[in-house]
Design a protein around this ligand. Structure first.
Ligand code: EZ4
Ligand code: CO
Length: 403
């Protein structure tokens, strides 16, 4: 038995905030898990410290499934991003420990590699179409097989997906939320020319993706899908808010553009109808916000029988620990589709040295036992937590809208 003797939460801010759970066993094996929830970091840290860690001490670290169910069912209060991120952190750390004890990289414990590597997509963005395409050409030169395109919208001062720094995207940019104005009409006019020019410049051998970021109604998304179909997008992401899962039926009636949803989902229940009615093509839940590897495996298995593939969220607000977990999962899951990859800064990578690597548009988790990521605690302690919020959006008349 590998008894859990201690667990600690480490909050660090190497350029942006990350929350990490570190669990240690009686044999001196340590495992780490990501618990970062962008803009709500300390809620998860407190949930872990106050309500989860006391329940872990003395438990057998090998009983991952039992611990997962203990934390999920045992809380009485189920689901939600705070709870599920905390459970995910425990789950990741326990899988890390199991891998280290076995002397095997996590993907081997999940059934072994189903492919040579995980195809990833990079983020090209710019203030206008020209700048976005310049940026996309840069990704193509670096070997990316898939690129997400987000461009500034004429007439709008700022929008999601377009950063000040073209190569490092960080939306949580202020100590209190900044406000931006939104117009769906202006946005809908701006995307088809972006894709038209992108196909002219980049050709047809590269996958092109686009994130709508919950900004359209179903009928608006249907229209955008119809407009973009001719450019063969790999996917359109978060076409409409998905609390109402049946809303996607309406989008499906109007377009054959593949749909991806789920970066804000926490459990299989958020995606159940979307999957069972085949209303989507890619499920975007990832390890940290989706209840850990144990739960994401169930989501992927359900998706598999409906020919839906994975496309895990991989923004910089998920730590390198989550990225590693996603790559082990992606290598081993039969219905892998694609993995999002927004590079972390050198400052972040220094705090989380890792075994995963990128080559020719593909990523591999590496062969280190467990997750293959470490936390440099001494360095982490030098970067103090800094409150940072995601922006909010309003319509031009002041109405509060989805960011
Ligand atoms: O805006 O992770 O597809 N990626 C995204 C992200 C989200 C951020 C929010 O914290 O939509 O960039
Ligand atoms: Co997104």
């Amino acid at each position: 038995m590998a008894r859990i003797v201690s667990a600690r939460v480490i909050v660090t801010c190497p350029g942006r905030n990350f929350v990490t759970l570190k669990i240690e066993t009686s044999d001196g094996v340590a495992g780490i898990g990501d618990a970062t929830l962008n803009g709500r970091e300390l809620a998860v840290a407190a949930y872990l410290r106050e309500h989860v860690i006391p329940l872990l001490i003395g438990r057998d670290a090998h009983r991952i499934e039992d611990v997962w169910n203990y934390l999920y069912k045992g809380a009485y209060w189920r689901r939600g991003p705070v709870t599920m991120s905390a459970i995910a952190a425990v789950d990741m750390a326990l899988w890390d420990i199991k891998g280290k004890i076995a002397g095997l990289p996590l993907y081997q414990l999940l059934g072994g590699a189903c492919r040579e590597g995980c195809m990833v997509y990079g983020h090209a963005n710019g203030k206008d179409i020209e700048e976005t395409i310049d940026n996309a050409l840069h990704y193509q030169e670096q070997g990316y097989k898939a690129i997400r395109l987000q461009s500034g919208v004429p007439g709008l001062a700022a929008t999601y997906g377009v950063s000040k720094d073209k190569y490092f995207y960080e939306p949580a940019d202020a100590a209190l939320p900044t406000e931006s104005l939104w117009s769906t009409e202006k946005y809908l006019r701006s995307v088809p020319p972006l894709f038209e020019k992108a196909r002219e410049a980049l050709g047809w051998d590269v996958h092109l993706l686009h994130d709508i970021h919950h900004r359209c109604t179903p009928i608006e998304a249907g229209r955008l899908g119809k407009d973009l179909e001719q450019y063969r997008p790999f996917w359109l992401e978060d076409a409409t808010p998905a609390e109402n899962q049946s809303a996607f039926r309406l989008i499906r009636q109007h377009t054959t553009a593949p749909l991806a949803v789920g970066e804000v989902f926490n459990t299989i229940w958020d995606a159940k109808q979307l999957i069972e009615e085949q209303l989507i093509d890619y499920i975007r839940m990832t390890v940290v916000h989706g209840g850990g590897i144990t739960h994401l495996r169930r989501v992927a298995s359900l998706a598999e029988i409906y020919q839906i593939r994975t496309g895990c969220h991989g923004a910089t607000d998920l730590s390198p620990i989550c990225m590693a977990a996603a790559l082990h999962f992606g290598l081993a899951v039969p219905n892998f589709g694609i993995q999002e990859y927004m590079r972390h800064t050198a400052e972040t990578d220094a705090v989380f040295p890792h075994a995963y690597s990128f080559a020719e548009g593909m990523m591999h988790p590496g062969e280190a036992p467990g997750l293959g990521v470490e936390l440099d605690e001494e360095l982490a302690a030098k970067h103090e937590y800094k409150p940072a919020y995601l922006p909010v959006a309003r319509l031009e008349d002041g109405t509060m809208f989805s960011w």
